[in-house]
Design a protein around this ligand. Structure first.
Ligand code: GTP
Length: 224
């Protein structure tokens, strides 16, 4: 576990094998791993600093397991997330149904979490357009309807991957919901939250009272 201070919690969601881990690998380590597919078990965490203008924002990225077996666990990981990258495989229409499921979950449970719809493996489409199972414009319409951003990426070629995470960090930086705490719930309580409008710090005695759930000092956050 890194001791790096995390500014924004980001969660990767989507059906198994859509390419969530590959997206994180490409973005964080600039590589595409070949070889037998290994499904994620539970979730993996990585912190990545990113330059936004004059500032450095550190994204704490939780890569969840797509298998429905781990669905209950994935719910734990999106708690308090500022951004959710909801991934679907452009060559697999059923993966988009699963993406819709996660969108609904987020809308119901994490209203402050910004949604990024991400169509993965677009190198496969570039190679053979008949492989496309999900229309770009249909997803664009859906994205507009739910107020989400929409990207198509390839972790194999790197196409649009940096742009996606850059947008996440920029959006986070632009949002009024900057919050601050001394230490997170796991380390000390009560802790303090900053009301973004009044800039007044207020004391929170119960984690669930805080709508700005998260901790700037560690990534081990958001569990009730
Ligand atoms: N051609 C191509 N293959 C990809 C791309 N991204 C992922 N893959 C392949 O898709 C398979 C699944 O990728 P993962 O990144 O492990 O998928 P995941 O969504 O993390 O899967 P779970 O851990 O089961 O949830 C692997 O064989 C990858 O090599 C891509 O952009 N292009």
């Amino acid at each position: 576990m890194s001791a790096m201070r995390v500014d924004a919690k980001v969660v990767m969601l989507g059906k198994e094998s859509v390419g969530k881990t590959s997206l994180v690998e490409r973005y964080v380590h600039h590589r595409f791993l070949v070889g037998p597919y290994q499904n994620t078990i539970g979730a993996a965490f990585v912190a990545k600093p990113i330059q936004v203008g004059e500032k450095v924002i550190t994204l704490g990225i939780w890569d969840t397991a797509g298998s429905e077996r781990y669905e209950a666990m994935s719910r734990i990981y999106y708690r308090g997330a500022r951004a959710a990258l909801v991934c679907y495989d452009l060559t697999d229409s059923s993966s988009f149904q699963r993406a819709r499921f996660w969108v609904k979950e987020l809308q119901n449970c994490e209203e402050h979490c910004k949604i990024y719809l991400c169509g993965t493996k677009n190198d496969l489409i570039e190679g053979d357009r008949s492989l496309r199972q999900i229309d770009y414009h249909d997803v664009q319409d859906f994205a507009e309807e739910i107020g989400a951003q929409h990207f198509e990426t390839s972790s194999k070629t790197g196409n649009n991957v940096d742009e996606l995470f850059q947008k996440v960090a920029e959006d986070y930086n632009n949002t009024a919901f900057q919050y601050m705490t001394g230490k997170c719930f796991m380390h000390i309580r009560p802790f303090f939250c900053m009301n973004p409008l009044s800039q007044m710090a207020f004391r929170v005695v119960n984690w669930s009272q805080c709508i700005f759930r998260g901790c700037m000092n560690c990534h081990n956050n958001n569990f009730d």
